[in-house]
Design a binder for this molecule. Structure first.
Ligand SMILES: O=C(O)CCC(=O)C(=O)O
Ligand SMILES: [Fe+2]
Length: 425
């Protein structure tokens, strides 16, 4: 049976910079879910910075879940629109309650621990967990995910009886909780602070980090990691790139006709490489030092792909579902015959479609029908849903034998940023 730990009081304080989902504003409300318990705030009409100050109560049981929050825009005539979501791991709060019991703190205000924003939580800034007159209280600002902007402020209180004889599960875990803390003696001031080492919370989506390899046949394959970069980190990078990259929408030539490229673009490369040119357009090559976070992103990709060594990057920004990239292969000579191309996505989900070339030169240079070249056990088309933080890598002869595209999608109403890392030889 689930063991009851106490009552979780969640005060949904306010939202900031929420997105517009109606004509000029939104009518936001928040849905909170903990296991099979659900609660909602009231709707605040026409407001992007709503103040709810509403307290919603949940029973907290073991095993501990994650508190999920979703913001919606209330609509009368159609389904409510999504305005982003966030989650908060309750483990630090429960560990802090155990520490309170161990230290027998029951009056005044004491900081029990801190949780730092990191790549595996939605925190906007560091958050303290305090014991206030026996109650364990955490104030958090959460960045909303799967949306262009928005933050939520919550105050969370865990009400458990201050116990000198902890429950069975607390006893089981007590030893483990000690390992998380480096304690110094508390001061005698009314606001005591224990010197605790800030620890990060674990990512409930860890399983999404697993790599899946799709064998395309004939020495071509695709590696797909649905969530390489955790959500919070991905949003930080998304916002940086959206704001700071000098995006341009160039005119390109396709089949002798000039078009405005249906997405924004930018190119970054190590100095001295052969220049890139595609569809009659030669982008200016910015340097990695111009946009230092790109070096952190490159490091993360190199770490995920041991042995890789990318020296150039093509960035694309799709400002909505009408922006797209048509069928093509990244088979420019400067990448060599078997380029490894690593594609990292942030923001709105989009489909990435790979399709076998109708007829293409085989490795020895002869034209052969596709049916002859590729084993029948391999499918002719693959679609990957590229999500916020996804990594997709094309390898081997994929550029020679396959073409790829990100088609228009009417429902993709938010911005997506995609980074393709390549090595120029
Ligand atoms: O946006 C994407 O996922 C793909 C972009 C792409 O194919 C390219 O830049 O060559
Ligand atoms: Fe491409």
């Amino acid at each position: 049976m689930n063991e009851q730990l106490g009552v979780l009081k969640v005060i949904v304080v306010q939202g900031k910079r929420l997105v517009i989902r109606d004509f000029k504003s939104s009518d936001p409300y928040v849905v909170l879910k903990l296991g099979n318990q659900t609660a909602k705030t009231k709707v605040i009409n026409s407001c992007l910075n709503p103040v709810w100050n509403e307290e919603l109560n949940f029973t907290l049981t073991e095993p501990l879940g994650v508190l999920n929050l979703e913001v919606f825009d209330k609509d009368l005539l159609k389904a409510d629109d999504k305005m982003g979501n966030a989650f908060i791991n309750l483990q630090p709060l429960v560990s802090a309650a155990r520490l309170r019991d161990i230290l027998r703190v029951s009056s005044g205000e004491t900081t029990l621990r801190k949780v730092i924003p990191d790549s595996e939580n939605c925190l906007v800034r560091e958050s303290s967990i305090n014991c206030v007159n026996g109650e364990v209280v955490q104030n958090v600002w959460l960045r909303l995910c799967e949306v262009e902007s928005g933050e939520l402020e919550l105050t969370i209180k865990l009400i458990t009886p201050v116990s000198n004889a902890p429950s069975k599960s607390l006893r089981r875990r007590r030893r483990k909780s000690y390992e998380h803390y480096t304690m110094a003696s508390s001061s005698s001031s009314s606001m005591n602070t224990l010197k605790l080492k800030a620890v990060s919370v674990t990512n409930p989506n860890d399983t999404a980090k697993k790599a899946e390899t799709v064998d395309l046949g004939n020495e071509s394959d695709v590696v797909f990691i649905q969530r390489l970069i955790p959500s919070e980190q991905s949003w930080n990078w998304f916002h940086y790139l959206d704001k700071h990259i000098p995006w341009t929408r160039p005119t390109i030539r396709v089949f002798g006709k000039s078009f405005l490229q249906p997405r924004d673009t930018c190119y970054v490369a190590t100095p001295g490489l052969t220049e890139l040119s595609y569809s009659g357009y030669q982008p200016h090559a910015y340097s990695w030092d111009d946009y230092p976070p790109l070096k952190d992103i490159l490091d993360a990709v190199h770490k995920a792909l041991p042995g890789s060594s990318f020296n150039s990057l093509l960035l694309n920004r799709y400002k909505g579902g009408n922006d797209y990239v048509g069928w093509h292969a990244d088979d420019e000579k400067l990448y060599g015959p078997t380029p490894e191309i690593a594609s990292l996505s942030f923001g709105c989900d989009r489909d990435f479609v790979l399709k076998k070339r109708p007829c293409k030169k085989s490795r020895d240079g002869r034209d052969e029908p596709a049916s002859k070249r590729l084993k029948s056990s391999h499918s002719d088309q693959h679609t990957f849903r590229l999500k916020h933080g996804s990594l997709l890598v094309m390898r081997g002869y994929t550029q020679r034998d396959w073409i790829h595209s990100v088609p228009k999608r009417a429902k993709a109403d938010a911005t997506r940023i995609n980074l393709t890392f390549r090595r120029v030889f």
